[in-house]
Design a protein around this ligand. Structure first.
Ligand code: 13P
Ligand code: SF4
Length: 298
C-alpha cells in the first residue's frame, strides 16, 4: 500500500506532510495537517521536523521555507504554481511608492517570494481585513488579487486602495448568473463564497471567508444545503465534518493543486526531488512581511 510506504519514508526522513484543502482527497487523507493558507503557514513556521512536504502550490512551499529556513521543504509537484502569484510587477510597486505618500504595500500570500520581498506585509484571505485595518497608512496597494482587495476595501473604510489587476483564474471564472442558476435549483441553499470570487458573486453570498472559515461556517450553520463558491477540494473536509449536509460546488478545479498525487508525495520523499531553494537575501527580505503577518494576525 502506498500509504504505508509514505509513512515509512516520512519516519525515515523525519518529515511532516502539510496539505491545502484544494489538493486531491487522497492526498489530504495522508497529510498530518490540512488547512487554509494561514493555518499551514503557522504550522510550517513552528514545526521541528527536518523535512516539510508541502502538498500545495509553489508560493506555499516558498512561504514555509522562508518562515523556517533550516528545514528542507519539498514540493511533490515542483511545477504546481499559482498563476496569480505572478500578477504584479516589482517596477509598478516601486513606481507607486515614489508617487503616493503614506502607502503600505499589502501582499496576498498567493504571490512569489520575489514579490513578497518588496512588500510591507503579507495577508491571507482569513486575516486580510484585520491586518489591513490595523495599518496606520491611509493608502494601500493591494497585490495581486483585486477581487480580494475589493472585498477588504469594502470592510476597511477610510483608506484609498490601489491594485495590480491580478485575479485567481479559478474563482474569477464563476459568474453571478452561474450561482443564480444553482439557486433556482436549490432555493434553500446558502451561498458560501471565497473572497477571490468576483464582486458580483460576493454580493449574492450568505457567507464570505477563507476555505477554513467556509468549512467552519457550514459545520456550525443550521442550514442543510450549501452552494459552494470555492474550489471543490474542500468537499473532502466538508464530507468528514458535515455528514448530513448537501453541497453543490459551482467553481472549477484548480488544476495546479490537483497535480499532486500520493505517488508524487512518495516520490519526493524517496528522491528529495522538488526541494525549494531560495537565496538567503531573498528569504531575508520576504520573511519580514510574512513575520509581520503572523504578528498582526494574532
Ligand atoms: P485559503 O485556503 O487561505 O482560503 O486560500 C485559498 C487559495 O486560493 C489558496 O490558493
Ligand atoms: Fe492560485 Fe486560484 Fe489555484 Fe488558489 S485556486 S492556487 S489562487 S489558481
Amino acid at each position: 500500500m502506498i500509504t504505508e510506504e509514505i509513512l515509512q519514508w516520512k519516519e525515515k526522513e523525519n518529515a511532516v506532510i502539510l496539505a491545502h484543502y484544494y489538493v486531491d482527497a487522497q492526498v489530504q487523507a495522508l497529510a498530518d495537517y490540512v488547512g487554509d493558507s494561514y493555518y499551514l503557514a503557522k504550522v510550517a513556521a513552528k514545526t521541528d521536523k527536518s523535512t516539510i512536504v508541502f502538498c500545495g502550490v509553489r508560493f506555499m512551499g516558498e512561504s514555509a521555507k522562508i518562515l523556517n529556513p533550516n528545514r528542507r521543504v519539498l514540493l511533490p509537484e515542483s511545477d504546481a504554481d499559482c498563476p496569480m502569484a505572478h500578477m504584479a510587477r516589482e517596477e509598478e510597486i516601486a513606481a507607486l511608492r515614489e508617487r503616493v505618500d503614506d502607502l503600505a504595500v499589502v501582499c496576498y500570500i498567493n504571490s512569489s517570494a520575489k514579490l513578497k520581498s518588496v512588500c510591507d506585509v503579507c495577508v491571507t484571505s482569513s486575516n486580510a481585513v484585520k491586518i489591513t485595518a490595523s495599518l496606520p497608512q491611509k493608502n494601500i496597494l493591494f497585490i495581486p488579487d483585486e477581487n480580494l482587495g475589493n472585498f477588504v476595501r469594502s470592510k476597511v473604510p477610510g483608506k484609498k486602495f490601489y491594485y495590480s489587476g491580478g485575479y485567481c483564474p479559478v474563482h474569477a471564472m464563476l459568474l453571478a448568473r452561474d450561482v443564480e442558476n444553482e439557486k433556482l435549483a436549490h432555493p434553500a441553499a446558502k451561498v458560501l463564497t471565497h473572497p477571490e470570487c468576483r464582486g458580483e458573486v460576493l454580493a449574492i453570498s450568505d457567507f464570505i471567508g477563507s476555505t477554513a472559515e467556509i468549512i467552519d461556517y457550514a459545520q456550525k450553520s443550521g442550514g442543510k444545503e450549501f452552494i459552494l463558491c470555492t474550489e471543490p477540494g474542500v468537499l473532502y473536509e466538508l464530507g468528514l465534518r458535515c455528514k448530513e449536509k448537501i453541497f453543490y460546488p459551482v467553481t472549477p478545479c484548480c488544476m495546479d493543486m490537483k497535480k499532486i498525487t500520493p505517488e508524487s508525495v512518495l516520490n519526493c520523499l524517496r528522491t528529495g526531488d522538488g526541494e525549494v531553494i531560495l537565496s538567503k537575501e531573498l528569504m531575508d527580505a520576504a520573511r519580514k512581511p510574512l513575520q509581520r503577518m503572523l504578528e498582526l494576525a494574532k
